[in-house]
Design a protein around this ligand. Sequence first.
Ligand code: ATP
Ligand code: MG
Length: 158
Amino acid sequence: MATSTTDAEGAGDGLSRLLTESAEETMALGAMVGSGLRVGDCIGLVGGLGAGKTTMTRGIVLGARADAEVRSPTFLLHSIHPGPVTVHHFDLYRLPQDTDLRTLGLDEALEGGAAVVEWPERASSVWFNGWVHLTVVGDSKREVTLELPFPLGDSGRG
Ligand code: ATP
Ligand code: MG
């Protein structure tokens, strides 16, 4: 699992910083995030190319017990993973700055499910109620900062 918790400044307001040492650890952390996802949650995954956003999304989908098959990045703009809480995966990489997420159907998606969004900086931040920042700190090490609208590991979905 996510090892060395270099615990957060501001733990208590839902912010925590962890170090993962493999893709599997990032997925496992994603699964903990996914298990807490609720209808209406919209989580932005921030991080450069290869930081692990899609890897974390795989974990989130698993943890939400939604249908797997998170396809590879970038050509797929929007994929849908039906489940107890349906997970919508958006990847805005190929879209311009100031993309209107409503035209992509995000508002409808959030009525019946939750969303995780790669490259959220392409769109307005008003849509998001949670953030995950991933930073490459070594070949297989990532610093992951979680700012979530629910306690991590809480699976009491609504
Ligand atoms: P893109 O911006 O291109 O969509 P991404 O942020 O979605 O990139 P991934 O597609 O998840 O990144 O790729 C991350 C790569 O880094 C994978 O090949 C994965 O195996 C590798 N990796 C190595 N260590 C880690 C780690 N600790 N966490 C996540 N991925 C890791
Ligand atoms: Mg990706």
